[in-house]
Every structure is written in C-alpha cells, then in structure tokens.
Design a protein around this ligand. Structure first.
Ligand SMILES: [Zn+2]
Length: 346
C-alpha cells in the first residue's frame, strides 16, 4: 500500500522505491520526492537539506508519548531549559502534538520554516532538536540570539563537549541541555549518542528509537535489530564502535561526502584535502559503502552531506546499484521523500 510516497511491504517491513519521487530511479530516490500538504507516516524521516551549506533533517514521531519503561535517560540536563530529561510528566504539561524532532539546525530559521512547509509541516510542531555538532553548516547563527527562534518550550540537546561553545554562541538564547549518554525527548524518542572524532570538538552520531519500537521489541523478545534510525554525519571514520552502535538499524542515514578522485583533482588547498580525507573530516563514497555493508541496515539507506564540489549524486547512485536496500540521496536544494522506519507490524 503506498504510504505518503513510501511503499511499506507488510511481510518484510521493507520500504521500497517511490513512484512519486521526482527523480527516483528504480529503488533510488534522489531528493525532491517529498509530497507537500500531508503529514508523514508514523514514524518517518525526511532530510530537509544536507551538504556544506546547511544540514537539517526532520523526524516525525507524531503524538506518541513516552511509555516510561526504559530507564536509560541518563543525559545531563544542563538546566537551561527547565525540563528534566526523560520526565514524561513535564511533557504532559506541554503541547503533546509537537511530534517533530529536528536533527541539526544548519539552515537559517526562515529557510527551515520554508523547507518544512514544503513537506506539510510547521516549525511550531517542533518539540525537540538534536545537534550533532556546532559547525555553522549544522548550527546556523540565526538560531543564536537573545530571542529564541524555536517554539517556546522546545528542548535543544547538544553534546556535552560542545556545551561551553553553545553557551558562548548563545544557542537558542542559552536554553539547551547537554548530553554525554542516552537521553529521551519528551515525545518518547530515545537518542543513544556516540561521539565521533570530527575536527576539534567531535560530532555526535545517534541511534534513535521510539517508545512503540522499544515496547514491540520487549513484547516480542527481540533485541534492537530492525529498529530505529541511525544518523551519522561528519564522521571522520566509521569506527568499529560506530558500526556496533548502529548495527542492523531499520533506517541508516550516513554521510557519503566525496569521491576521492574528484577531491584530489579539485583546486582545494592541500591542507583542506588532508583535513577532509585524514580521518577526522568526512567519509568518502567508498568508506560509506563499506560502513553500510558492515552495519547492515534492514530497511532503507539515506545518504547525507554529498559534497557539491567533489561528488555527484549519479556517481553515488551507481556505486549502490544492485544493493538490497532502497536508497535515498539527499541534497542541498530540496527535501527528500519521507522514509518510514520500523516494522510494519509495530
Ligand atoms: Zn558538516
């Protein structure tokens, strides 16, 4: 049954290629498949934009509430936002319809709003924001001011290692939480972070699971296989720890930043090339492919952060030809299709 641009196969729980995507080829969907005016399936993700000019993804969890049954909410609430992590009673007093979680704020507030509207969502639905790191392509200066641009009560989470920098930047008028372990958003999305060695401050990759997925896994005596979104960008390297952390997620969103041949042939400085390719920068297309093979995502792969100068979506698509997963390639210019995650029977 076609669901908002994604076909869910009830038997295998596999999201297949999208007929309605503007530039889809077989099971590969390039950006531009988002349908406007409709809310996504539950739960789903859509990359609003990805690349060195700005990264932001939308994760829609709807009005699912925290079931309070997993005790893994050990993140550090820095106290700026006034809510305690994992405390569903706090969520009760807030707008329970705010089922939109944003990963990174790399677009300006105005562009974020416009891009969200292009997929039928309002910025006001944002209940939580997860920041991977504070580079300007992941945290636009427009979100750092005395007057918060996010809806009142929206919780913002930054890696603990970036806390001082976020304070100095005045991110969300200083209202944010920091984390260095698993935490839960008020809507019940559990974020399990792992810190990667990107540049000086590092970058968080996440495994995200909903309360419904966790309840389903418990009821069926399953582990985490086939559940959650893995979100991994600006990685440097795909380490064994990252691979173990994201293994067998339902949907894997991972960077495929550059083609080494195009990178070496570009007129970028040698220092920049070294920074990108030296293990604390970005993943090449081949390193990304290797990581996907090791992680073995169950349902869908979304590629992030393609370099506009040193990569090409068609080249990337050809590298994944014949793969047993549907593929979505994000872009800077337009939102991707919605990608459902989790098993159909959940
Ligand atoms: Zn980046």
């Amino acid at each position: 049954m076609p669901l908002f641009g994604v076909e869910a196969d009830a038997g295998a729980g596999v999201a297949r290629g999208v007929r309605s995507a503007g530039a889809s080829v077989g099971s590969v969907g390039l950006a531009g498949g988002a349908m406007s005016g409709v809310r996504p399936p539950l739960p789903g993700m859509c990359v609003l934009a990805s690349g060195s000019s700005g990264n932001c993804s939308a994760v829609w969890v709807g009005d699912e509430r925290d079931d309070g049954s997993s005790g893994a909410s050990s993140g550090d609430a820095a106290g700026f936002g006034g809510t305690r992590l994992g405390d569903s009673r706090v969520g009760d007093s807030l707008d329970a319809r705010r089922g939109l979680v944003l990963i990174d704020l790399g677009l300006s507030p105005r562009r974020t709003r416009t891009r969200l509207e292009s997929i039928g969502l309002a910025l006001e639905l944002t209940g939580s924001v997860l920041i991977t790191h504070l580079d300007s392509d992941h945290c636009h200066p427009g979100w750092c001011s005395e007057r918060p641009k996010l809806p009142a009560g929206c919780e913002v989470f930054v890696p603990r290692r970036s806390r001082d920098r976020a304070k100095a930047m005045n991110l969300n008028a200083g209202r944010f939480h920091s984390f260095d372990g698993p935490f839960r958003t008020r809507i019940g999305l559990e974020a399990s972070p792992i810190l990667m060695g990107h540049d000086h401050h590092g970058c968080a990759a996440f495994r995200l699971t909903t309360a419904r997925e966790r309840a389903w896994a418990r009821a069926n005596g399953r582990g985490s296989a086939g559940t959650g979104i893995g979100y991994a960008t600006d990685l440097g390297r795909a380490t064994p720890a990252l691979i173990a952390h994201l293994r067998e997620v339902s949907v894997l969103a991972i960077e495929s930043n550059y083609c080494p041949t195009l990178q070496l042939a570009s007129d970028r400085s040698e220092a920049l090339k070294r920074r990108i390719m030296g293990g604390r920068g970005h993943l090449s297309n081949e390193e990304c492919l290797e990581a996907i093979r090791a992680i073995q995502p169950r349902d869908h792969v979304v590629l992030l952060h393609l370099s506009q100068e040193c990569n090409c979506p068609h080249l990337v698509a050809s590298l994944h030809e014949g793969a047993d997963y549907p593929l979505t390639i994000s872009s800077q210019e337009e939102a991707t299709r919605w990608v459902r995650w989790g098993r159909a029977e959940m």
